[in-house]
Design a protein around this ligand. Structure first.
Ligand code: HEM
Length: 409
């Protein structure tokens, strides 16, 4: 059984991924070494296809701001060749593509994104802060009441963003078993094609009935707002809601868990942030940069010849922007491999750049700001409950994180 991600993702040498067991937060040694040798790197695959890996900051922003670079996976000749039309129809039926604007180019992307930006403004997200605070506090209360040890992923990092995105969208959190596992499987690097299709279909069926219920009776949640105020079709509403649900909890959950792990492994930085909580805004940006959880990078496909960083990317070739390498570009950051919670805020690409730059970034920032601040305030003596090398790293997903984080206090 072939793995779905092997078909969809451009294949780069495996040693460039993070799985080399060094410091759990650092990019793979081979990737760091490569980025020291240049900023745009060419890889020829066994079948003759060319994939470029971008490790330079300026070059990454140029790729992500370039309209001739497509986010549509089917613009990759490899995907067109490897995925037969029959398999493609099964993996990406039109109703599954509808609304999934992360894989669309302008003007389709613009049309859908415009309908959502009003819902994700800095102000709207700040207005959510008191509720995020309540959710964070109630989970910490429950952890404290139960007493140590706790699994920070199960008890805090996953449920907090999961509940927040459910409330925002208008999904019943009681249904979390329906979507948490399916979402994780959809992001899994190990899922087979059959598993992918099964999970994508299951999630769509779940979301379809939710959209139908909002069409029948609207509330004041985001999905009801989209039903009421936009001309999105039912399939598009399902696609948009699925994308928000998938993107909205696993990412932030992994940032909260891995971020806490990184702070625990840097006791001086943990103490600094605990004692100077006003550093939180810098600390959140620094953790985003340092951890770069979108560790497999962000891929684009050249629709025409494009020059980037002095090299010509030919039409049909694929470019992967390595978020971890770019966020540690020594030309951009002094001492890039150090975690410094008071580092001045720079222009990291943890949320991407250009038209696809993360729609949920303000929400993620609010969750991390409140989450880390309260965690350190309530549990100032927080520490790992197991030896470091027993923390199970999550390298089986396109987003980097930890499966469990056993902690005590
Ligand atoms: C896009 C990272 C949280 C919704 C992206 C992209 C990145 C990213 C790198 C760009 C992908 C590309 O260019 O192809 C992250 C990280 C997060 C996070 C690191 C947590 C810390 C969230 C949350 C939501 C969300 C909480 C939803 C509420 C989206 C959506 C897009 C996106 C809808 C697609 C935007 C578009 O194509 O126009 N995210 N994200 N993300 N993210 Fe996030």
């Amino acid at each position: 059984q072939r793995k779905a991600q092997e078909l969809i993702r451009p294949q780069l040498p495996p040693e460039l991924s993070r799985r080399d067991g060094r410091c759990p937060f650092d990019p793979a040694a081979a990737l760091t070494e490569l980025s020291g040798q240049g900023r745009v790197h060419r890889f020829e695959q066994a079948d003759g296809d060319v994939v470029w890996l971008v490790t330079g900051h300026e070059e990454a922003r140029a790729v992500l701001a370039e309209p001739r670079m497509s986010a549509d996976r089917m613009n990759s000749p490899r995907a067109r060749r490897v995925i037969s039309p029959e398999l493609h129809a099964e993996m990406f039926p039109p109703e599954r593509r509808a609304g999934s604007f992360i894989f669309m180019d302008a003007p389709e992307h613009t049309r859908i994104r415009k309908m959502l930006t009003g819902q994700f403004t800095v102000r709207r997200m700040r207005d959510l802060t008191p509720r995020v605070h309540e959710i964070v506090t109630s989970h910490l209360d429950a952890m404290v009441e139960k007493g140590p040890p706790a699994d920070l992923v199960r008890d805090f990092a996953l449920p907090v963003p999961s509940l927040v995105i459910c409330e925002l969208l208008g999904v019943d959190y009681g249904d979390r078993d329906e979507f948490q596992e399916r979402t994780a499987k959809l992001l899994s690097l190990d899922a087979t094609i059959d598993e992918q299709i099964k999970n994508a279909t299951g999630l769509r069926v779940f979301m379809h009935s939710l959209v139908r219920s909002k069409q029948a009776a609207q509330g004041d949640d985001l999905l009801s707002g989209l039903v009421r105020d936009t001309d999105l079709s039912t399939d598009e509403l399902v696609g948009v809601a699925n994308l928000l649900l998938i993107a909205g909890h696993e990412t932030t959950a992994n940032m909260l868990a891995l971020g806490t792990f990184a702070l625990l492994e840097h006791p001086g930085q943990f103490a600094k942030l605990r004692d100077e909580p006003e550093l939180i805004d810098n600390a959140v940006e620094e953790l985003l940069r340092y951890l770069s959880i979108v560790s497999m990078g962000v891929a684009r496909h050249a629709k025409e010849d494009v020059e980037i960083g002095g090299v010509t990317i030919r039409a049909g070739e694929t470019v992967v922007v390595s978020v971890p390498a770019v966020n540690r570009d020594p030309g951009q950051y002094e001492d890039p491999h150090a975690l410094l919670v008071d580092r001045p805020r720079g222009h990291h690409v943890a949320f991407g750049h250009g038209i696809h730059q993360c729609l949920g970034q303000q929400l993620a920032r609010v969750e991390m700001t409140v989450g880390f601040t309260e965690l350190l305030r309530r549990l100032p003596s927080l520490r790992l409950a197991v030896p470091v090398d027993e923390v199970p790293l999550r390298t089986d997903m396109s987003i980097y994180g930890v499966h469990r984080l056993p902690v005590t206090w």
